[in-house]
Write a protein that binds this ligand. Structure first.
Ligand code: CP
Length: 311
């Protein structure tokens, strides 16, 4: 058993044994979930608050399910109808939730670093559910679990992450996790969508899908995050799809058994073709969603071990 974590704010800096332990525990939750059993005593008496300042379907719902399956009291705070709209600051909101003795605070925010700031101000364990363009640690963990279950390992695999790398916290967390676990990570995108620190991240950079996908074991497509763009970074959706949209022709350059991933939400016909996204053999997109619940159960389990509160 590894030492309890206080928060989960980022993958960067996590060591392979810590990642392995989380994935192994998540694997046990996959089996538990599939058996239809629950473990409602584990977090009985604990309170989990979902605090999402940005939209979400998968992450918020799966944290809610994960908390409930482990017996926690789960509150989804609706930021759009909260006193944030009356000008209350992030820190005052956090102090208010802290006074309610929340144990686990799941935070999504459009500003990179917001969960780290909150973690310094509240007693609860803080979990980063995606902050700006920084990190989305539970997404990388669920992606790693999905890959490990299909391929039996992470070490030695070639993973091609394609699309809007610049704005993607998913890409950043995956790069840190997969590199730490011994995968070779490639990023494939137009030059305007490659981050300036790509070399520091230790990835191989490609601007051509055929070259970037050549021999890849895993192909991960990412959404164009137009809400984070100031315009002019990509041509029309139609042009983008022609050069970077994942269709079967481009996928044919990867290994014949290459698996296709997408964190969602998908823009069909922009970064991925529906035929590829829905292919029952190559696409594991639905499996990623299932793994999301198990990974979040594992994260809540591990973080709650680091709390002293008597329940
Ligand atoms: N992958 C992901 O974070 O999806 P949501 O935005 O729906 O949570």
């Amino acid at each position: 058993m590894i030492a309890p974590h206080r928060h989960l704010l980022q993958i960067e800096g996590m060591h392979p044994p810590q990642i392995e332990t989380m994935l192994d525990l998540a694997e046990s939750y996959v089996l538990l979930n599939r058996s239809g059993k629950t473990q409602r005593d584990l977090l009985r008496g604990r309170t989990l608050i979902n605090l999402f300042f940005e939209d979400s379907t998968r992450t918020r719902t799966s944290f809610e399910l994960a908390g409930k399956r482990l017996g926690a009291d789960v509150i989804n705070m609706s930021v759009s109808t909260s006193s944030v709209n009356k000008g209350e600051t992030l820190l005052d909101t956090a102090a208010t939730l802290n006074a309610m003795m929340c144990d686990l605070l799941v935070v999504r925010h459009d500003q990179s670093g917001a969960p780290n700031l909150l973690a310094q101000k509240v007693d609860a364990a803080v979990i980063n559910a995606g902050d700006g363009t920084h990190e989305h640690p539970t997404q990388a963990l669920l992606d790693a679990l999905t890959i490990r279950r299909r391929k039996g390992k992470l070490e030695g695999l070639v993973v091609a992450i394609c699309g809007d790398i610049l704005h993607s916290r998913v890409a950043r967390s995956n790069i840190h996790l997969l590199s730490a676990m011994g995968s070779t990570v490639r990023v494939v995108a137009p030059p305007t969508l490659i981050p300036a620190d790509a070399a520091r991240l230790g990835v191989e950079v490609f601007h051509d899908m055929a070259k970037g996908l050549a021999g890849a074991d895993v192909v991960m497509a990412l959404r164009l995050q137009r809400e984070r763009m100031n315009g002019g970074m990509v041509p029309s959706a139609r042009e983008y799809f022609r050069f970077y949209g994942l269709d079967f022709e481009k996928l044919s350059h990867a290994r014949p058994d290459a698996m296709v991933m997408h964190p969602g939400p998908m823009n069909r016909g922009v970064e991925i073709d529906s035929a590829v996204a829905d292919d029952p053999v190559r696409s594991v997109i639905k499996e990623q969603v299932e793994m999301g619940v198990a990974v979040r159960m594992a994260v809540l389990d591990i973080l709650s071990r680091g709390q002293n509160r008597n329940v």
